[in-house]
Unconditional design. Structure first.
Lengths: 259, 256
C-alpha cells in the first residue's frame, strides 16, 4: 500500500485498521445488546461459543463435509473439463468460431437459475451439487482458457514453427503455458463460484450441507448458528481462494516475481 | 449486404445450438418432464408471453426487484467508493470491514436477510444491493484512486475545491472502471434476485423455475430460464451501449 496522493503517517496505517476491527466488534456488541435476542442477532461471544461447541461435539461435521465435497468435486470436474475443452477449441479454428459465441451467450444467463433442473436430474444428494458446480465452473474456465490460448504473442508461435514444432506441440508447449495466467485467474473465479453454487443447490434441496443448515437455522430463528456457519463458509472460501492465488504466483513465476 | 452476412454468421451458432439441443432430446428420447426440446420450450414461451401471458407477472416482479436493488447497490457503491478513495484515513479505518465483506459469499446470507427483513420485496432488494455492491465499489475505488497526479495538480493550481476536483477530474477519469464494475454487478444482481426468490417462494422468475421443476413441469422451468437469460443479456447490452456513448474516449478503437 504505497500511496502518494494523501500521505498518512506510518503509525496510522497500523492503528486505523486495528481501530476499524475494534469498531466492528463494538458496533456488533452494542447492536446485539440492544436487540437482546440471540435468535435474531447473537453477540460476538455467543457466536464464538457456538463455533466452540461445534468444534468439540463435531455435530456440524456432516454439513461441512457435504459442502466441501460438492464444491471441490464440482470444481475439479468443471474446471478440468473446461481446461481440456478450452485447449482443444482454442487450437481448432472451426470449433472456436462455432462454440465460443454459444458459450459466451450461455454465460449471460445466471447459472444459478439452472439449479432446480439439476436437482430434478441428479436427485437431492451430493451428486446434484457436484453437477451444478461443474456446469457453472466449466464455462468460466472454458472461455478464459480459449482467450488465453489466443493471447499468445505471434512471435512466440512463429518461433515455435521456425524450430519445426508441430501444431499440437506449439499449442501445448507455447500457447498453453502462455495461457496459465488466464487459467489461474479463471480458477480463482471458479473457486468463489464453487462454494456459492454448492450452497444455492443446498438451499433448494439437500440432506446435509452448509446451505441446508443455514436455511434450517433461518426457519428455527437461530441466528447464532447462522453467523457461525457463515464464518465457517467464509473461511473455507477464503482459504481456497488464497491457495489458488499462491499456486497462480508459483506457476506463472515469471510475471509475479517479487522485486 | 456484408453487414447482413456478418449478422447471419453471428446468428449461426445459436441456430446450431437449437439444432443440437433438438437432436439430443429427440435422439436420446429424453422425456419432456426431464428436459423439453427447443420447440416445446418455444411454444411455452409463446404461450406465456403472447397468447396466455402468465409469465409476465413473474418476469416483471424479478425485473423490478433486481432494478431496485441494483440502483440501491450502485448508489451506495459509488458514494462509499468515492469517499474512501478520496480520504485515506477513512479508507484505513474501513479496510477491515471491506475485507470482511469480501470474504463472505454474499449469496449465503440470503436466509439471514430473510430472517431479518421477512417475506417481502425488501429482502430481495437488500440482497441484490449487497451482492452487486462489491464489484461496483471496487471499480469506483480503483478508478478514483488512480487519477493521475498531474491532473489533480492542475485542478489544485486552478484553485478547485476537493468536491469540484472529484466531480470534474476524478469521476470522469474513473467512469470506465465504474461501468466495468457495473457490468459485473448486473450479472450478480440477477443471481441475487433469483436466489432470494428460490428461498422465499412467493413469485418471481426464480420461484417459477423452482416451483415448476419440483412439479416436473420442466417446460415452464426451461422457458423461464431462457427468458431470464434474455433479460440478463439485454441488461448487459444496455450497459455496454451506455458505456460506448458516455465514455467515447475509451472506445474499442484504442485496442486496434
Amino acid at each position: 500500500m504505497d500511496d502518494v496522493t494523501s500521505p498518512v503517517p506510518r503509525w496510522m496505517q497500523v492503528v486505523l485498521p486495528a481501530a476499524g476491527v475494534g469498531l466492528i466488534l463494538a458496533v456488533w456488541q452494542v447492536l446485539a445488546a440492544v436487540v437482546n435476542t440471540p435468535g435474531l442477532l447473537p453477540s460476538p461471544l455467543q457466536t464464538l461459543l457456538t463455533l466452540a461447541t461445534w468444534a468439540t461435539s463435531g455435530g456440524f461435521g456432516p454439513h461441512l463435509t457435504a459442502t466441501v465435497a460438492g464444491a471441490l468435486g464440482g470444481l475439479a470436474v468443471g474446471a478440468g473439463l473446461g481446461l481440456i475443452a478450452g485447449v482443444i477449441v482454442g487450437e481448432v479454428r472451426v470449433l472456436d468460431r462455432i462454440l465460443y459465441p454459444v458459450a459466451l451467450a450461455l454465460q449471460a444467463m445466471p447459472v444459478v437459475a439452472i439449479a432446480p433442473l439439476v436437482i430434478v436430474w441428479f436427485g437431492i444428494g451430493i451428486p446434484s451439487k457436484l453437477a451444478l458446480v461443474a456446469i457453472g465452473t466449466f464455462f468460466v474456465m472454458f472461455l478464459n482458457t480459449v482467450a488465453g490460448m489466443h493471447a499468445t504473442p505471434i512471435e512466440l508461435s512463429d518461433m515455435g514453427r521456425a524450430f519445426g514444432g508441430s501444431r499440437w506441440q506449439i499449442a501445448l508447449r507455447i500457447n498453453l503455458p502462455n495461457a496459465w495466467d488466464y487459467i489461474f485467474g479463471a480458477l480463482e473465479v471458479c473457486a468463489a463460484l464453487s462454494f456459492i453454487l454448492c450452497v444455492v443447490g443446498e438451499f433448494l434441496a439437500a440432506k446435509a450441507g452448509l446451505g441446508y443448515y443455514l436455511r434450517a437455522a433461518s426457519s428455527n430463528i437461530d441466528a447464532a448458528a447462522m453467523f457461525a456457519s457463515l464464518i465457517v463458509l467464509s473461511l473455507l472460501a477464503t482459504t481456497l481462494a488464497l491457495a489458488v492465488r499462491v499456486a497462480h504466483h508459483r506457476t506463472v513465476f515469471w510475471k509475479y516475481r517479487r522485486h | 449486404m456484408s453487414s447482413l452476412r456478418s449478422f447471419l454468421l453471428k446468428l449461426l451458432p445459436f441456430v446450431l445450438l437449437l439444432l443440437v439441443w433438438h437432436g439430443l432430446v429427440e435422439g436420446l428420447r429424453i422425456p419432456s418432464r426431464l428436459m423439453p426440446g427447443p420447440i416445446e420450450a418455444g411454444q411455452r414461451i409463446y404461450l406465456g408471453l403472447i397468447s396466455d401471458g402468465d409469465l409476465w407477472a413473474h418476469l416483471w416482479q424479478t425485473l423490478r426487484s433486481t432494478l431496485m436493488g441494483y440502483a440501491l447497490g450502485c448508489v451506495l457503491a459509488l458514494v462509499i467508493g468515492s469517499v474512501l478513495a478520496m480520504n485515506r484515513v477513512l479508507e484505513l479505518l474501513f479496510y477491515p470491514l471491506i475485507l470482511l465483506m469480501q470474504a463472505v459469499p454474499k449469496v449465503a446470507i440470503a436466509p439471514l436477510v430473510l430472517l431479518w427483513l421477512g417475506f417481502d420485496a425488501r429482502s430481495i432488494v437488500t440482497l441484490v444491493a449487497l451482492i452487486c455492491f462489491f464489484p461496483i465499489f471496487v471499480g469506483t475505488f480503483i478508478g478514483v484512486r488512480s487519477t493521475p497526479e498531474v491532473l489533480r495538480d492542475l485542478f489544485r493550481t486552478l484553485d478547485a475545491s476537493g468536491f469540484k476536483t472529484f466531480l470534474h477530474c476524478s469521476l470522469p477519469h474513473a467512469s470506465g472502471s465504474i461501468i466495468a464494475g457495473m457490468q459485473v454487478g448486473w450479472g450478480f444482481a440477477l443471481v441475487g434476485c433469483v436466489v432470494m426468490e428460490f428461498i422465499m417462494g412467493i413469485g418471481g422468475a426464480g420461484f417459477l423455475i423452482d416451483n415448476s421443476a419440483n412439479a416436473l413441469d420442466t417446460v415452464t422451468a426451461v422457458a423461464s430460464m431462457v427468458l431470464l437469460g434474455v433479460m440478463g443479456y439485454l441488461g448487459g447490452m444496455l450497459i455496454a451501449a451506455v458505456k460506448q456513448r458516455m465514455i467515447f474516449w475509451e472506445g474499442p478503437a484504442r485496442h486496434g
